[in-house]
Write a protein that binds this ligand. Sequence first.
Ligand SMILES: [Zn+2]
Ligand SMILES: [Zn+2]
Length: 259
Amino acid sequence: MLPPDLPVPLALLIVSLAVTAIVALRYFAASGLFALLTGRLRPGLYAGKAAQIRREIGWSLLSAAIYGAPAGMVLWAWNHLGWTRITADWAALPWWYHPISVLIYLAVQDTCFYWSHRLMHRPRWFRLAHAVHHASRPPTAWTAMSFHPIEAVTGAVVVPLLVFIVPIHVAMLGLVLTIATVMGVTNHMGWECFPRWLVHSPLGGWLITASHHERHHEDYQCNFGLYFRVWDRLCGTDRGLSRRIVAAAGHGAARPEAA
Ligand SMILES: [Zn+2]
Ligand SMILES: [Zn+2]
């Protein structure tokens, strides 16, 4: 796609800008779609939040550049140097490994997020960086990428590093990025979009959806995970679900699973 004689720094700059634009468009598409759905299904939930949402979009666009640059460089390395472990050939990996690769990527992302998130709640780091994310009170569908650049870096490097180590088919990588995008948006949108039978099932007890992450935005010092409740449970930081979301969903008699 790029002329082969293009100087490497210029090529890296171009792919970084291109991927930044794609990440920004993905953000507008995903957050926009769920914000629209929120307007339809939970009218008034974002009333009076225009200023907060404008701020969230600003921080998220900055994050798009921080996510886009390393991702663009990886794409270039894959195309030109073949350094990464990404493949476009289904037969290059055993069939049973494809779902496992998705789980590995999600588990590593989740682990990095859990521990960096806990660090971000130390007073110094909170003041310096993480306060930006928690300025959304309560969060909205637009909060998904609303991070201070320091925090965005911790999230931006994980997948671009993993692709040099853990083999994955490009379509499975696409699935990982889709899950990351959808969960990032839906976990913040202020209502539960997953069915009650899943959220309150034994499996749901290990998964993070809006009901769980909203509790983090309510109480701060708990529920630090990204996709799975494994680390929160192991480390005693799981305080269960948001009372507001569980009550609003009519998940009712439900157990908001107190601390
Ligand atoms: Zn959050
Ligand atoms: Zn936090």
